[in-house]
Each structure stands twice: as structure tokens, then as C-alpha cells.
Write a protein that binds this ligand. Structure first.
Ligand code: GLU
Length: 424
């Protein structure tokens, strides 16, 4: 039996501390009392499991998995499940808290949670991944539930994994419970528009910020770091609105074209090329780190946490950063970014389009009804735009960054609700 150790995280910042340092600033401005502060800074529930799974060669491997429910104050907790070799409890705790703030910023009736399994799905067969998803779901069956805690896709998982999760949970209940998971394939009760939803929200919030900065989309250029679901859809939708996407990147490297990259062409290339941009020749290959420093108006980090740090923030030329990933800017980069006058649309606002359409999927499942793609898009665009305006006005009122303003909006909502609900 082999035990899969979580990958060392020596060179990575602690994302929970990154989250807390912004939380503390917002809590101070709000004058949050120490009692509510203590409630909101700690996750309400966390479970770590060790999952034995039979691999294709007959050996049994043990995988470490987590589910952290940060808060159920606003409603059932909501958040994706990440399959990645770097998964560790601090990261899952931070991601769970970010889900609480994200749901509160866009004003949907959910708390926040996150799950993760330390594994490398790229090196696993479909059968191995299926057995791991089923083992994880079976271990979490008392935590999950359509009125308790609702998982969704995140890095390394997608509709296929959500189908297995929904099926495994349903078997345990003896009936089909499709509202227990979102991000499902359409035939299993998934929502139209869910796949592109996070990227679409990035596009809506980028355009809203560009308008405030008096940037004209058809004259603006952009670099997108990460070409997974979020980055590729954000790039495509922004390019459809006339923004010139001059650089994109994935784990294979970064690609630059001064005249703009044909995003549909890059997406097709990736699909035909084992899901990577490796060898993409319709753009010049550049160093991965160089993407952040390219001369563009807008930068969309849509890859991993801590892509922007104290070490590279001073090299950024973009005037606007729109965070497609969760936690792509380490807290130690905030002051440099502020001093350079760069506007940041923070993750808990910019990438909330995904969970917003997850909410619509859950609503449709509970209604036993299906909405059209137009209805989904119209409603999610409206929610994103209203959330942007709310955060923007808070930032003007308190003279703070959009990030701190987003935390203020979110913390106030959760704190007020906590006070009204009361405690033991
Ligand atoms: N994993 C996505 C996120 O970080 C979606 C979560 C959800 O839809 O519940 O926002």
C-alpha cells in the first residue's frame, strides 16, 4: 500500500494567511467586534480523510482528502473540489473562506466550503479517477447534501467527476438527488452556461472596470495567464468584445502575438493536442514569467494562487488586473500594486460567475425545470454587474481598494446575518 504525501509547499505562501491579512483590514474598517471576528475567522467544520483506492495495476494507494466548511451562516455551504498534487489543508481552508466571501459579495444564499484531494489526475486513468471520486464522496456523505453542503468542480475536476459524485451520493440515499452537486453534465441536470460561467463573469467584471477607467475595449489589450476553463473562456469572451488578447499561457509556456491571438484557434489547438498549448505556433513562444510583465492594458491571472508576489509585482505594466483564479495575488504584493496605481478586480468578485450559475443550476434542479442559455446569461450578467457596482461604491465610500471593499461588503453581510440568527 502506498501513501500519497501532499507535495511540499516550501516555496508557496500560506493562502490562509493571505486571506486573513485582507480580512483583518476590512474587519478593522468595519469595526467588527472581536466576538464576530472570532466566529468568521475559523472554519465551522473540517474533515480530513485517507482514501484507499485500487489502481489499475492492482496496487492500493491511499489518498489524502479534505472538506472544509467555512460557514453556513448565509445558507448551505458551497464550493468546489480540487484534485491537485499541491492540495493541503491550509489551502483548502483559505479557499473555503473565499467561497463564503464570494457568495456574500454576489448576494446568493450560500455559505462557503471547499474540498480537495492530493492527487495528480493527469497521471491517472479514468477508472482510477472514478474510484477516487466515489471513495471521496462516500467519505463525505454526512457532510454533503442539497440543503447542507453542495460541491462543484474546481482545478482538476469537471462535469465528468460531478456526475460520479452525484451518482455516488444518490446511491447512498436510495434516490436521485441531482441538487447535491453543481457543474454536472447537462443530461444529469447541469445548467446551460455553467461551463463558461466563471470566464463570462471575468469578462463582465473586466468590462465594468474598464468603463470606470475609461478604457475602450476595442482599443485595449490583454494578457491571460492560464488557459484552462476560466482563462480560455475569459479570453474568448473578451476577444469577442474587441479586446486584443496579446498573450496567453498554460503549463507548457506562454505565447505572444502583438496583433492579437485568435483565441478560438488556440482553444481548438489545445483540444486536439492533449489539452495543452505545447507547440502552439500561431504566436511567439515567450517565458512563462514574462507574461505578467508584458505591455498590455489588462492582466487576467487565471491559473493558480500566488502568481503575483512581492518579487514580480513591480514589473507589471497592466493598469487593470482582473483575478480569474482564486488568490492569484499574494498579500505581500498589495502595497506595490497600490503604489503603482493598478486597479485590481479581486477574485471574490471577478470569478464569482461560476458559483452564481452553480446557484442557478441548484435552483433549476429543485424546481425540476430548465432555463434557456439566454436566461442564465442575462441573470448572471446582472448579478455580476450589480455586485461590481456595490463593491465599487464601497471602495469610493471608504477610499479603499476594490479588494478591501469586496471584503467589507461580504463580511458585513455575513456578520449581520450571524447577529440576527444568534448563537447558543
Ligand atoms: N470552484 C469554483 C469557485 O472557486 C466554483 C464553485 C461552485 O460553483 O460552487 O468559485
Amino acid at each position: 500500500m502506498t501513501y500519497i504525501e501532499p507535495a511540499p509547499i516550501t516555496d508557496r505562501k500560506n493562502p490562509f494567511e493571505s486571506m486573513m491579512s485582507r480580512f483583518n483590514i476590512a474587519a478593522d474598517i468595519l469595526g467588527l467586534d472581536s466576538e464576530v471576528y472570532n466566529v468568521l475567522k475559523t472554519p465551522s467544520k473540517q474533515l480530513t480523510v485517507h482514501l484507499p483506492v485500487t489502481m489499475d495495476d492492482g496496487t492500493i494507494k491511499v489518498f489524502e482528502g479534505h472538506r472544509v466548511v467555512h460557514s453556513s451562516i448565509l445558507g448551505p455551504s458551497k464550493g468546489g473540489v480540487r484534485f491537485d498534487p499541491h492540495v493541503n489543508i491550509d489551502e483548502v481552508k483559505a479557499l473555503a473562506a473565499w467561497m463564503t466571501w464570494k457568495c456574500a459579495v454576489v448576494d446568493i444564499p450560500y455559505g462557503g466550503a471547499k474540498g480537495g484531494v492530493c492527487c495528480n489526475p493527469r497521471e491517472m486513468s479514468a477508472g482510477e479517477v472514478e474510484r477516487l471520486v466515489r471513495a471521496y464522496t462516500a467519505a463525505m456523505v454526512d457532510i454533503f447534501g442539497p440543503d447542507r453542503d453542495i460541491p462543484a468542480p474546481d482545478m482538476g475536476t469537471g462535469p465528468r467527476e460531478m456526475a460520479w459524485m452525484m451518482d455516488q451520493y444518490s446511491r447512498a440515499q436510495g434516490m436521485t438527488v441531482n441538487a447535491v452537486v453543481t457543474g454536472k453534465p447537462l443530461v444529469l441536470g447541469g445548467s446551460l452556461g455553467r461551463v463558461a460561467a466563471t470566464g463570462r463573469g471575468v469578462m463582465v467584471s473586466a468590462l465594468a472596470a474598464m468603463e470606470k477607467l475609461k478604457m475602450v475595449p476595442t482599443k485595449a489589450s490583454c494578457a491571460v495567464q492560464g488557459f484552462g476553463n476560466v482563462g480560455a473562456n475569459a479570453a474568448l469572451l473578451l476577444s469577442e468584445r474587441g479586446v486584443k488578447i496579446k498573450a496567453i499561457s498554460d503549463i507548457s509556456g506562454a505565447y505572444w502575438n502583438e496583433d492579437g491571438i485568435d483565441i478560438l484557434d488556440a482553444i481548438k489547438y489545445k483540444e486536439l493536442n492533449d489539452h495543452t498549448l505545447d507547440g502552439y505556433s500561431n504566436a511567439q513562444s515567450i517565458d512563462n514569467d514574462a507574461l505578467l510583465e508584458t505591455d498590455v492594458d489588462v492582466l487576467v491571472p487565471a491559473a493558480m494562487e500566488d502568481a503575483i508576489t512581492m518579487e514580480n509585482a513591480h514589473k507589471i505594466k497592466a493598469k487593470l488586473i482582473v483575478e480569474g483564479a482564486n488568490g492569484p495575488t499574494a498579500a505581500d504584493a498589495d502595497s506595490t500594486i497600490h503604489d503603482k496605481g493598478i486597479v485590481v478586480v479581486p477574485d471574490i468578485l471577478a470569478n464569482a460567475g461560476g458559483v452564481t450559475v452553480s446557484y442557478f443550476e441548484w435552483v433549476q434542479n429543485r424546481l425540476g425545470y430548465k432555463w434557456t442559455a439566454e436566461r442564465v446569461q442575462r441573470r448572471s450578467d446582472r448579478i455580476m454587474k450589480e455586485a461590481f457596482d456595490r463593491v465599487y461604491h464601497k471602495s469610493v465610500e471608504h477610499k479603499v481598494s476594490l479588494r478591501i471593499a469586496a471584503y467589507i461588503v461580504a463580511i458585513k453581510k455575513v456578520a449581520d446575518t450571524f447577529r440576527l440568527r444568534g448563537s447558543f
